[in-house]
Design a protein around this ligand. Sequence first.
Ligand SMILES: Cc1cc2nc3c(=O)[nH]c(=O)nc-3n(C[C@H](O)[C@H](O)[C@H](O)COP(=O)(O)OP(=O)(O)OC[C@H]3O[C@@H](n4cnc5c(N)ncnc54)[C@H](O)[C@@H]3O)c2cc1C
Length: 472
Amino acid sequence: MTASPKPDVTVVGAGPTGALAALLLARRGYRVNVFEFRDDPRVQVAKPKQAKEGSLLGDAVASLAKVADAAKRSINLTLSHRGISGLARAGLDEAALQLAVPVRGRMIHDREGNIKLQPYDPDPERVMYSIGRETINSWLLDQLSEHEADGRVQLFFGHKVVRVRPDGSADFERRSDGKTHSTPPAKLLGCDGTFSKVRTEMSRCSRLSISLDYIEHGYKELAISPAADGRHKMPAEGLHIWPGSEVMLIALPNGNGSFTCTIFGDFTFLESLKTEESVRRFFADTWPDTLELMPDLPQQYLRNPNAALSTVRCSPWHLNGNLLLLGDAAHGVVPFYGQGMNCAFEDCLLFDQAREADADDWGTALPTFSAERKRATDALAELAIDNYVEMRDKTVSRSFLLKCWLHESLHGLLGERWQPSLHSAVTFTSLPYNEARATCEWQDAMLVRAGCAIGAVAIGTGALAAMRGLAR
Ligand SMILES: Cc1cc2nc3c(=O)[nH]c(=O)nc-3n(C[C@H](O)[C@H](O)[C@H](O)COP(=O)(O)OP(=O)(O)OC[C@H]3O[C@@H](n4cnc5c(N)ncnc54)[C@H](O)[C@@H]3O)c2cc1C
């Protein structure tokens, strides 16, 4: 009996998730058509000033540049175990890490400008990697383009999905001429991010429930440029954190000597700093060393936009054995655990494994994959919100540091049977997020019980000694 031919696959969205998902499919012999709303991020977009402002051409070029800028605005990311495992499935892990800067802990800044490293894990080999979103995205697209030559992959940029049907056929609006390009029935992956149009279309023809919850806090990006000699102005081996009770600033190193910083805070607060003087005063009072690192901080602050943060939940992620949502389209999370892309790459790995286990029977693989995965990503959504409080407030709290020390000591004694921290379990293992959380909650409870038992014994011993003293 000959194996039935593999169906064609349409991938919507060529962000990190769509690019890796398409690569894994192409490597398994599928023919994949990838449609992306934006222009190819690898192609330089002409600056608006090259065309006369106000002219039709000038406006078109300006709008193209805006689209590209909006994409580039997006940050550098920490790549860790789960993301690396997804890349390894495509044989790309080692090459990808060449593009990244290793970070091995939190670098906590105090008001006096002192910096203290809190390693992420007692094992110095367990590190995260800082990488630009555009860098990894463009590099994955390069890998995907290699399959264009053998006809396995076709990339369509400037194509926006406008209609998706349950049989996997879809309509795309081509930005260059506004014409519609329709694709025939196929398997279709919705990798089109937080505001997924594929998800909306699926909900039109099925009982797909969707929630998108904004948090009160938002973020703004800032940049620390390299020192005059081209090197980093601060140690590049960590994620720098300037903690605060209401706001927090972080900085991740880039390979070119710069740092990308992100200030997180209540939207009302972020918007309340409206003049260079108010910005300068806030940073001078809160984190004085930042003004030395970024002499143009007030100008950057006023120039760069504030962006919102949200959590996406939806269910089910699949329809008819034909359609599936992956990455942020299925489960966008706030960025405080640095897991959004890692989780999306792990989606790609687990979906690839599920298809392999089910002999490429999508009808079976889609429900199994989604049901298990959703439990994990629901847990991640909560963990990501909780970690904001940890990064903002607890990294300097004595009880938090004592708890970390106790867990690390037990990990030293018991090895892999005791996780050194929830952060390690989330960042450096493949335990499903819900299991990582359950394990660490159990460990915390054990620690509290042990503490209570030791306290009770100490009180009992003290009381006994006192009674003996009285009896004498
Ligand atoms: C401030 C911040 C910090 C972060 N830090 C980290 C981190 O340290 N580590 C980490 O792992 N993650 C991090 N993340 C999360 C990470 O950026 C996302 O999880 C990741 O980009 C998701 O990839 P995606 O491909 O699913 O979605 P996206 O990156 O949103 O890509 C979706 C793609 O689909 C395209 N598209 C959208 N609509 C359409 C349409 N109608 N038709 C066709 N194409 C369409 C878009 O143009 C885009 O290219 C962070 C996020 C933020 C905001």
